[in-house]
Design a protein around this ligand. Structure first.
Ligand SMILES: O=C(O)C1=C[C@@H](OP(=O)(O)O)[C@@H](O)[C@H](O)C1
Ligand SMILES: C=C(OP(=O)(O)O)C(=O)O
Length: 450
């Protein structure tokens, strides 16, 4: 069942090559942060290129419930009239973050140092995900959370009325945890410090600096140490959201595995904390180039060009790279299935607590499509069958997970027999135009029986 209605099965089958330009939507991580920081600034921020996917729309609704004015002007252009740090008001009703881990965890951080109660919920996927990783550090500020067993949603967070600053070493590599602590630190006095052993995406740090917060990052033997001075006045910003590398991954990888393809994906954010997939694909022998590299809105961007790459080989993916490509492992596994040899992906326990257990979801679907997968608690290996070697002919479960749905649809474009995804509804959370965009490039979602 889709998060937002009846299940929408889609079948992808091998058609002609994929060709043309893929204008993917705005970055999901940056879009959430633009709305939240806009809501915490004094005055009006303007955002262009905002991702209008359900996850981000749910965050926009939550910012309204907390007192900010959030207005869409069409085509990704939005304005947010913020209430200032410490200015949120108690919401009248439950905040429903839908399918979005980023939304709920960042908003929990933002309200944790406000003296009122907020109740959070989400869909069945979000209600099964761990929240203790965020409520534990928020408790150090003085916030109290009561949720279901194992701290799961629905959950009520009573914010600290007299917050204290916090120094916190994150036990898991998670930008959501880091960002929740930093957002809570905004309304605490003095300095809040987050230490992360492995660097994770740094959009919060960059955007906080852009809004005028005093924030410093230092690489030390302990790890990356981020120090934020609390209670700043955030200045409203004009933000241009770069396009999402995690969405670009789908047309890029589909082009690499579909014979004769040549696809340009312009204006993609290539922040090094996000670009691990592209590095890995190049190591596999992908014909993937960065054209016109430049900087926009404080983030590095380039145009990506991907062409069919029949000689790709499996590679070991360094575990230290995992955080920079954590959402891209499902589509990497699809490329690995179409390469020769083994792609070994260690150090990825986090994949088991995303919208679904992504190792299990991919292993079951790949196996049904004729691909061998070995897995352990924090690793998996895909044994490829080479270009045109994937049998396909399977129906796979999306498990309320947009990335699982899109990954298997891409595999269906290259496999010998079609692949059906039982519910493509969740794709709307991050990439609402996925289907028409891929069809314009030449994908066949005709849905006929094989
Ligand atoms: O901070 C963010 O915007 C995100 C962080 C990642 O989650 P974790 O922080 O849980 O690794 C990622 O999987 C998610 O899609 C977006
Ligand atoms: C893990 C993801 O998102 P979130 O954690 O925000 O639900 C994702 O988009 O792949």
């Amino acid at each position: 069942m889709s998060a937002h209605g009846a299940p929408q099965p889609i079948t992808a089958r091998k058609g002609g090559p994929l060709r043309g330009t893929a204008d993917v939507p705005g970055d999901k991580s940056i879009s959430h942060r633009a709305l939240i920081l806009g809501a915490m600034a004094v005055g009006e921020s303007r955002i262009t290129g905002l991702l209008e996917g359900q996850d981000v729309l749910d965050t926009g609704r939550a910012m309204r419930a907390l007192g900010a004015e959030v207005v869409g002007h069409g085509a990704g252009s939005w304005s947010v009239h913020g209430v200032g740090v410490g200015g949120f008001r108690e919401p009248d009703s439950v905040i429903d973050c839908g399918n979005s881990g980023t939304g709920v965890r960042l908003i929990m951080g933002a309200v944790a140092t406000h003296p009122f109660a907020t109740t959070f919920t989400g869909d069945t996927s979000l209600c099964s995900r761990p929240m203790g990783r965020v409520t534990d550090p928020l408790a150090l500020f003085g916030a109290q959370a009561v949720g279901r067993s194992k701290g799961r949603l629905p959950l009520t967070l009573v914010g600290a009325s007299d917050p204290v600053p916090v120094r916190y070493a994150t036990p898991v590599p998670s930008a959501q945890v880091k960002s929740a602590v930093l957002l809570a630190g905004l309304n605490a006095p003095a300095e809040t410090v987050v230490i992360e052993r492995e660097a994770t995406r740094d959009h919060s740090e960059r955007m906080l600096a852009g809004f005028g917060a005093r924030i410093a990052t230092e690489d030390t033997p302990e790890g990356r140490v981020i120090t934020l001075t609390g209670q700043p006045e955030l200045r409203p910003q004009d933000i241009t959201v770069p396009r999402d590398p995690s969405s670009a991954a789908f047309p890029v990888c589909a082009a690499l595995i579909v014979e004769g393809s040549d696809v340009l994906v312009p204006n993609i954010g290539l922040n090094p904390t996000r670009a691990g997939l592209f590095e890995t694909l190049r190591e596999m022998g992908a014909d993937l180039t960065y054209e016109n590299p430049r900087e926009e809105g404080g983030e590095p961007v380039a145009d990506l060009r991907a062409r069919f790459s029949p000689d790709m080989k499996g590679v070991p993916v360094p575990p230290g790279r995992a955080a920079s490509m954590i959402d891209e492992y499902p589509i990497l596994a699809v490329v690995a299935a179409c390469a020769e040899g083994v792609t070994d992906m260690p150090g990825v326990a986090e994949l088991r607590v995303k919208e679904s257990d992504r190792i299990d979801a991919m292993a079951q679907g790949l196996c049904a499509a004729g691909i061998d997968v070995d897995e352990g608690a924090d690793w998996w290996k895909v044994t490829g069958r080479g270009p045109n070697g994937v049998p396909g002919g399977a129906t796979v479960a999306a498990r309320l997970d947009h990335r699982i749905a899109m990954s298997f649809l891409c595999l269906g474009m290259a496999s010998q027999q079609p692949i059906t995804v039982d519910d493509a509804g969740p794709i709307a959370t991050s990439f609402p135009i996925f289907q028409p965009l891929m069809e314009r490039l030449g994908a066949d979602f005709g849905g006929r029986d094989s």
